[in-house]
Design a binder for this molecule. Structure first.
Ligand code: EPU
Length: 422
C-alpha cells in the first residue's frame, strides 16, 4: 500500500494542464454500450476508477484499447454477458451506470446493488424509479438488481428529484435508456452537472435526440439505433478546483490550462470572496493569493451550486482563514471523514450534523493521517502543502481513484511529495 510524505510549507508556481473529467468519462464509457461498434473517446484520464470501469465493460464482452494521450477505444460490437458483477461494482459505485444502457440494448441487465461508502448510504432508488417508469420490470435477487424489458422501453414523463435534489448518475442511467425507448421521455429535475451535459452531447453525436441539455428538464425523443462515436470529454472541474485550492492554501500563483471557469461559477464566486484572485487566461485561468484568507459560509448543492466534490478541499483552505466559516453539506450530509483528520493537523473544526464550524487557525501542523475517500484525501494533500513538517498520508489509493499521479503534477510546481510503498 502506498503512502505520501508531504513536506510543507511550500510555495508553488508554474502551469499545470487539467485532465479530462473522471465523472464525465465514466458514464460516457457506459454510453458506448448503446452503439454496437468501435467508439473512440479522447482525454479519458489514467485513473484507477477508469480502469475498473474498463474491466466492467470488458466482462460484458466489450474490447478496450488505450491509445496515446488519453485515447480510449471501446469496441462494443459484442455484448454477451449483461452482468455487472459485485466484485467490480463494490470497488466503484459508478458501475451502476451500465444498468440503463444494458437494459436498452439487451432488454435485460443484472447489476450488483452498490453498497454504502465512506461518503454516505448512496441509495439507487431514483435510478430504479426512472427505469421502471420507462417500462422496466425490476426486482432484487441475491444482492443484484435484475432489470427486464423484453418488449423494449417506452418514453414517459418522469420526475427524478429526491430528498437531496437531482441525482447525477440516476439522470445518466435514465437518459441513456431513454435514447432507445419508443416515443418521448421528459426527465424533470434532471441533474444539470456539466458531466451530464457532456454525456448528452456525446449521445447526440451518436444520433440521439436530446434537447434541454444543461437544464433540469431533458426531453429525449427515442431513436431506433445509435452509432459509435469519436468524442472528447470535458476538462475535470473538480481537478481544476483542487489545483486552485493548492495555489490558494500555499499563497502562490498558478496557471491552469484546459480549465472551464464557466463550469465553476459558484467556486469562483466563493474564491473571490475568500480573497483569491482568479481570472480567465487562454483556455484556462490564472489564480493567485497574496493576502490573508477571509472566512466564508459554503453550502454544497447540486449544480450550479457549490460542488460537494470540492467541500473537503475548501475546508482545508478555510482552516487557515482569519475567522469562522460555516460549511453545510446538502448533497451527502455525512461526507465529513476529513474533519477528524484535519483536526489531527491542528485545524479547529467542529461538526454539528451536516454542518461544520471552521474556526480559522494561524497554521496547520503536519501529522500522520488516513485517507478515507477520494476528495477527503485530496484535502489532506492540500493541508500537507501548507502545514509545518512532514505529513504522512496513508491509503493513498483513494487519491489515485480520481487524480492521475497527483504528486507528479504538484512536484514540478514546487511541492515536495514522495510516494512510498509500505
Ligand atoms: N440519491 C438518492 N437516491 C438515488 C440516487 C441518489 O436519494 O437513487 C441521493 C444521494 O444519496 C445523494 C444525492 O442524491 O444524497 C446526490 O447523489 P448523486 O446520485 O447525484 O451522486 P452520484 O451520481 O452517485 C456523482 C459523482 C460523485 C458526486 C455526486 C454529486 C460520479 C461517478 N460520481 O455521484 O462524485 O459527489 O455525483 O455531485 O459522477 C467523486 O468524484 O468524488 C464523487 C463522489
Amino acid at each position: 500500500m502506498d503512502v505520501f510524505r508531504v513536506e510543507g510549507p511550500v510555495q508553488l508556481s508554474g502551469s499545470v494542464r487539467i485532465n479530462g473529467s473522471k465523472n464525465a468519462s465514466l458514464p460516457i464509457m457506459a454510453a458506448t454500450i448503446l452503439a454496437p461498434g468501435e467508439s473512440t473517446l479522447k482525454a479519458v484520464p489514467h485513473l484507477s476508477d477508469i480502469s475498473v470501469c474498463g474491466e466492467l465493460l470488458g466482462r460484458l464482452g466489450c474490447k478496450l484499447t488505450r491509445g496515446s494521450e488519453g485515447e480510449l477505444c471501446i469496441d462494443s460490437t459484442v455484448i454477451d454477458n449483461p452482468v455487472g458483477e459485485y466484485e467490480i461494482v463494490c470497488r466503484m459505485r459508478a458501475g451502476i451506470c451500465i444498468l440503463g444502457p444494458l437494459l436498452a440494448r439487451c432488454g435485460r441487465a443484472e447489476v450488483s446493488m452498490p453498497g454504502g461508502c465512506a461518503i454516505g448510504d448512496r441509495p439507487v432508488n431514483l435510478h430504479l424509479k426512472g427505469l421502471k417508469a420507462l417500462g422496466a420490470q425490476i426486482h432484487l435477487k441475491n444482492g443484484y438488481i435484475i432489470a427486464e424489458a423484453p418488449n423494449g422501453l417506452k418514453g414517459k414523463d418522469i420526475f427524478m428529484g429526491g430528498p437531496f435534489g437531482s441525482t447525477v448518475l440516476g439522470t445518466a442511467n435514465v437518459l441513456m435508456a431513454a435514447t432507445l425507448a419508443k416515443g418521448r421521455t421528459v426527465i424533470e429535475s434532471a441533474a444539470c452537472e456539466p458531466e451530464i451535459a457532456d454525456l448528452a452531447n456525446c449521445l447526440n453525436k451518436m444520433g440521439a435526440k436530446i434537447t434541454g441539455i444543461g437544464s433540469p428538464r431533458l426531453t429525449i425523443d427515442g431513436v431506433e439505433q445509435l452509432q459509435p462515436v469519436s468524442y472528447e470529454v470535458v476538462p475535470d472541474r473538480i481537478e481544476a478546483g483542487t489545483f486552485i485550492v493548492a495555489a490558494a492554501i500555499t499563497a502562490s500563483e498558478l496557471r491552469l490550462q484546459n480549465c472551464r471557469l464557466g463550469d465553476m461559477m459558484a467556486v469562483v464566486d466563493t474564491l473571490r470572496y475568500i480573497g483569491i484572485s482568479i481570472d480567465a487566461e487562454g483556455d484556462g485561468c490564472v489564480v493567485s493569493r497574496r493576502g490573508l484568507l477571509n472566512p466564508v459560509d459554503v453550502t454544497t448543492q447540486p449544480y450550479p451550486g457549490f460542488p460537494t466534490d470540492l467541500q473537503a478541499q475548501f475546508m482545508a483552505l478555510l482552516s487557515l482563514a482569519e475567522g469562522n466559516s460555516v460549511v453545510i453539506e446538502k448533497v451527502f450530509p455525512d461526507r465529513f471523514m476529513h474533519v477528524a483528520e484535519l483536526n489531527r493537523m491542528a485545524a479547529n473544526l467542529r461538526k454539528e450534523g451536516p454542518t461544520v464550524i471552521v474556526a480559522g487557525v494561524k497554521k496547520l501542523i503536519a501529522a500522520q493521517v488516513m485517507a478515507s475517500d477520494l476528495r477527503a484525501s485530496a484535502a489532506l494533500v492540500l493541508a500537507g502543502l501548507a502545514a509545518e513538517g512532514t505529513t504522512i498520508i496513508n491509503r493513498v489509493y483513494h487519491i489515485d481513484r480520481g487524480y492521475e499521479r497527483i504528486e507528479e503534477r504538484l512536484n514540478p510546481l514546487g511541492a515536495k511529495i514522495i510516494r512510498e510503498s509500505v
